[in-house]
Design a protein around this ligand. Structure first.
Ligand SMILES: O=C(O)[C@H](O)COP(=O)(O)O
Ligand SMILES: [Mg+2]
Length: 441
């Protein structure tokens, strides 16, 4: 025990504590402010995120001891920051509520003056906690069944530009994309029910496009319809999607909130819909390695809440900032029944998903036919590849763009070099002419 130790937080640090099987464990990266010891900092984190506050109190409720979090391990990263493991007793949390969990473990602690930085790297859910949540309704196999796509990556396209199409224009573009060979049309994150393209009118047109494209191609098609809105409006939109016979909804769950996602999951169960999770807003708190919440934690919460697909970034290529190792960890924690950290990885712990179905990882952001290969090589084929600009930017239009993506996938899966395949596939050749193998910045 160090000499200088603030007695208020003393109760919340216990290096001899052995975590119980029912404890929820959080791994924090803590950067204490100058003059604050790591013991003090760790104690403050455990206190403020469980049953403590900034001072000693003259009252002690009967459940205080039972609900107290304990910082039980600290590891010096050698750069002024530490990894701190905190165990939370299960009774601290309300059953089945991600907002409640977030208000504790992802709550006030980020703003404490005693810390220069705080990042939640991992949260490990005990089996008892997982049992309170549904997880994905369809999972990877279920989504493959809906679309009748066995092994290859599932393909989606966001019509670009993001906004501006009338419902009729959008329907026409959707048809071109689908008939060209893409499985799913996806709304962009900020495309909701604006005055120039109301939600139901757009849905009607896309469903017509799906109908036509299915008849002409003999393939099944779908629409990742963005239902993100205020709760009542979202409820209406989810019902509309089901009434029109589509099997998917898209929820921008970080802007709508965890409660909105959990509500959408309940409705999705009722209507049999699969949920596509878009993560707009995540980079506001996932990008700084010293402060915020890791995308890994967001992915775990998404699986718990019951997303069927989730955007995780693109490994090594694409327009969004991402570290390959992190993207791969995100994919593994979504797909594997038991996540095991890579050798030497201190930031994560093992997670047994207690039978929750796997989530289909989505790679998106700056993809085009010329840079899909490294994504598939790294992430495998159990993946949803979203190509927006890389389809709509094709010099010969969206149908050719969609065909070029499909041809690139065929070539990659058959092990034929793209340039060679392009000799007999004009759409792919034209795409490679425009984008080559370059990656957008
Ligand atoms: O919502 C998305 O996934 C993005 O709009 C991706 O678009 P892009 O493929 O043009 O980068
Ligand atoms: Mg987008």
């Amino acid at each position: 025990m160090p000499e200088k130790f603030d007695v208020i937080y003393h109760e919340f640090v216990d290096e001899s504590y052995e975590p119980q099987e029912t404890d929820l464990i959080a791994v924090f990266r803590v950067t204490p402010r100058e003059g604050i010891s790591i013991y003090d900092a760790a104690g403050r984190v455990a206190a403020e995120s469980s049953v403590g506050t900034w001072t000693t109190l003259s009252v002690k409720p009967s459940f205080f001891e039972k609900l107290k979090a304990k910082a039980y391990r600290m590891h010096d990263l050698g750069d002024g920051s530490w990894l701190v493991w905190v165990a939370y007793p299960l009774g601290l949390f309300e059953e089945g509520s991600i907002p409640n969990l977030a208000s504790s473990v992802l709550g006030n602690i980020f703003g404490m003056k005693a810390l220069d930085g705080l990042r939640v790297e991992d949260i490990v859910f005990p089996r008892e906690y997982i049992r309170w949540f549904p997880g994905p309704q369809h999972g990877i196999e279920g989504v493959r069944r809906i679309l009748g796509v066995d092994k290859r990556p599932i393909l989606a396209t966001v019509p670009k530009p993001k906004l501006g199409y009338t419902p009729e224009e959008y329907g026409k573009v959707a048809y071109e994309i689908l008939v060209g060979g893409i499985d799913l049309v996806k709304d962009d994150e900020n495309f909701a029910g604006q005055s120039f393209c109301r939600f139901e009118a757009r849905l009607r047109e896309v469903m017509k496009a799906i109908d036509r494209a299915e008849k002409e191609t003999g393939e099944r098609k779908g629409y990742l319809a963005n239902v993100t809105a205020t709760i009542k409006e979202m409820e209406k939109r989810i019902k509309l999607v089901a009434d029109y016979g589509n099997k998917f909804i898209m929820v921008d769950f970080l802007t709508a909130g965890w409660a909105a996602l959990q509500h959408a999951r309940e409705l999705a169960e009722e209507y049999g819909l699969a949920i596509h999770g878009h993560r707009a807003f995540h980079a506001a708190f996932t990008r700084n390695p010293r402060h915020g919440v890791s995308m890994f934690v967001v992915a775990k919460l998404g699986r718990l809440a019951g997303l069927d697909h989730l955007h995780i970034g693109t490994p090594g290529v694409g327009k969004m900032d991402a570290k390959t190792a992190e993207v791969l960890d995100n994919a593994r924690v979504l797909r594997e029944p038991v996540f095991k950290p890579r050798e030497g990885d201190l930031f994560h712990l093992e997670q047994d998903w207690a039978g929750l179905k796997p989530v289909l990882p989505v790679a998106s952001g700056g993809l085009h036919p010329g840079n899909l290969q490294p994504v598939i090589e790294k992430l495998g084929t159990d993946v949803l590849l979203q190509v927006g600009g890389g389809v709509l930017g094709h010099p010969d239009g969206p149908r050719a763009g969609a065909a070029a993506v499909r041809q690139a996938i065929d070539a990659i899966l058959e092990g034929v070099p793209l340039e060679e395949y392009a000799r007999e596939h004009r759409e792919l050749a034209r795409a490679l002419e425009k984008w080559g193998r370059v990656h957008p910045v």
